[in-house]
Design a binder for this molecule. Structure first.
Ligand SMILES: Nc1ncnc2c1ncn2[C@@H]1O[C@H](COP(=O)(O)OP(=O)(O)OP(=O)(O)O)[C@@H](O)[C@H]1O
Length: 562
């Protein structure tokens, strides 16, 4: 919060000024009752009225300036923390239960509190002391009564906090659960519809919604009750104050003007407590959002400067890339996904990774591109170790096609250019190389065709080719393709092999995961994984012999008489 210290200090001073100037109408009233009405001097009345109007204008100005500072701080907050939170939620080390969208919503909750009435109430509470001071000046009994009343109002606010904190938290949890459910399931709407899952999903969603409604009802009940208590305390105290002032007036201790003024002053002193109670929900949301975001940011020791392009300790990655894994292991949720993987991948060579389902091939792919960080051993590129801190450095020099292509909502050109600057020459080159250019030109809007989150209107094979074009965009030094031929026809696969062959001549380090044997034609080295361990690694021809032996053994087992 240090960057906002200056603006916060300005808001504190402006709050003081506003609150001091708030006394003007009270003093004006006192003078009217106790002086003008007695002297009947209209000139004094005019002078006092003009002075009061001027001071009230100043007060309105201070209040307006305070709002401007709040808005400016909100914008600054979004810009500063938005960048950090955005980077943190997509950091491979992020283990938070919240989705990226939910974490970014937390930012909004904090900003809304920072720019809303709740913050002003918080800033105004300390200046209640000014009104109490004036009440003391009118009569010590009035001051002491106000002090006690403010304490009582604080107790009411505290009671409100006690009564509503837990229900508000339950509402938030239930709402997050419902939103999360919808977000996740909506992505697979077509499959759910065809497989007749919609009714089951609706029932589950309704159960979550019912939970949320119950939590909301409990929260509203607690909130209404606490607001009722708070309001009752507030209005009763105000009337009691008037009673005390009237008693003092009857006994000649204060003037009638002071009696009326005391009523206004106690109302002003208690007002911020009232606003605070009303904006309690926002306060709680901001508080819990701040805890979540603090957890997110402090767990992920982020770069000191999050300016757009700087990254922490960039590793000197100069083409070509020589990859080296030494006894690398990956453990997740107490499971060994990879264990003791040692291998070298030479630039300009293509390593094909094979193995049964669940062998750890995709985990290895994610590790090579820096999404997954080894929990044991060492992964180096050109002798620089890839760690959680510097994995981002790889981003612009790596081409990656995941098993699920994951195209983003946006135009074809934007997807190929990875949502960076659209460099037509590179976009065209990438699409031509994967053989997608003609198909794109046949679309009415060509490269400007918008894709939805499912990658429609492209076909399955075209989506895979687009993912491939995105991976080879600007000729990365390292290319990792996870089953790139899964949706391709023979022609597409032949084109893919041609492309990979061409990239090898550019000294690209290539890793291809495939269940299909076609890619073996251009493979240099073969790696076979089983249950997270390397069971074979070596040149292609020896690998093919190994695979043939495996197949022969497997078919002899299946044809043996039972
Ligand atoms: N985050 C995770 N937590 C626990 N287990 C995981 C996690 N991610 C993957 N696994 C497990 O690790 C194993 C390897 O998964 P991986 O996706 O790497 O296999 P794969 O060889 O690519 O399989 P396939 O050929 O079916 O795509 C699987 O058994 C999977 O269930």
């Amino acid at each position: 919060m240090q960057p906002f210290g200056g603006a916060f200090l300005q808001m504190v001073w402006l709050s003081l000024l506003t609150n001091v100037l708030m006394l003007v109408p009270t003093l004006y009233m006192l003078q009217l009752y106790d002086r003008v009405m007695l002297s009947r001097n209209t000139l004094t009345l005019l002078a006092m009225t003009l002075l009061t109007a001027g001071l009230l204008l100043l007060m309105a100005g201070a209040d307006w300036l305070r709002s401007l500072y709040a808005i400016k701080t909100g914008v600054q907050f979004d810009l500063t923390y938005g960048k950090q939170v955005f980077s943190a939620v997509f950091d491979p080390r992020n283990t938070q239960r919240l989705s990226p969208a939910e974490s970014l919503q937390q930012l909004t909750a904090i900003r809304q509190f920072m720019t809303g009435q709740g913050l002003f109430a918080l800033l105004d509470i300390p200046w209640s002391v000014i009104y109490i001071g004036v009440l003391f000046a009118l009569h010590p009994v009035l001051g002491a009564t106000a002090l006690v009343f403010c304490l009582l109002q604080s107790a009411a606010a505290l009671l409100n906090q006690r009564m509503t904190a837990q229900p508000a938290q339950s509402v938030q949890g239930a709402k997050q659960g419902t939103d999360h459910f919808l977000q996740q399931k909506i992505q697979h709407l077509h499959t759910s519809y065809v497989l007749g899952m919609l009714q089951n999903l609706r029932q589950r969603w309704q159960a979550l919604l019912a939970q949320q409604a119950l939590a909301e009802a409990a929260w509203m009940h607690a909130s209404d009750l606490s607001q009722f208590v708070s309001k009752w305390v507030r209005y009763t105290l105000q009337s009691l104050m008037l009673a005390v002032a009237a008693w003092l007036t009857i006994h000649g201790e204060i003037s009638v003007g002071s009696m009326v003024a005391s009523n206004v002053l106690i109302a002003r002193a208690l007002h911020p407590f009232d606003v605070m109670v009303q904006s309690w929900r926002q306060w709680l949301q901001a508080q819990s959002a701040a805890v979540d975001l603090h957890g997110l940011l402090s767990n992920l020791v982020l770069p000191a400067s999050m300016s757009d392009t700087t990254v922490m300790t960039p590793i000197p990655l100069i083409r070509p890339y020589l990859l080296n894994l030494q006894a690398v292991g990956v453990t997740a949720n107490s499971r060994h996904l990879l264990h003791a993987v040692t291998l070298t991948i030479q630039p300009g060579r293509l390593l094909c990774v094979m193995g049964p389902s669940g062998a750890g091939k995709s985990t290895l792919a994610r590790l090579l591109v820096g999404v997954t960080i080894p929990t044991e051993g060492r992964y180096q590129i050109n002798q620089s170790s890839i760690t959680a801190d510097n994995a981002r450095t790889l981003m612009n020099s790596v081409g990656y096609l995941p098993q699920q292509v994951s195209l983003l909502e946006g135009t074809i050109a934007e997807n190929v250019a990875r949502f960076g600057q659209l460099e037509s020459q590179h976009i065209l080159q990438a699409c031509q190389r994967v053989g997608l250019h003609e198909a794109i030109l046949r679309l009415p809007q060509g490269y400007d065709t918008r894709l939805d989150e499912q990658g429609l209107p492209l076909s399955g094979g075209q989506r895979q080719l687009l993912g491939l074009a995105r991976a080879i965009y600007k000729e990365p030094a390292l290319l990792v393709l996870d089953e790139p031929n899964a949706s391709l026809d023979e022609f597409g696969e032949a084109r893919l092999l041609e492309l990979l062959q061409a990239l090898k001549t550019l000294n690209t380090t290539i890793v291809v995961i495939s269940h299909r044997s076609g890619v073996l034609k251009i493979t240099d080295d073969l790696l076979v994984l089983k249950r997270g361990e390397v069971v074979h690694h070596g040149p292609r021809d020896a690998g093919i012999v190994y695979l043939n032996q495996l197949h022969a053994a497997a078919s002899s087992v299946s044809t043996e008489p039972a």
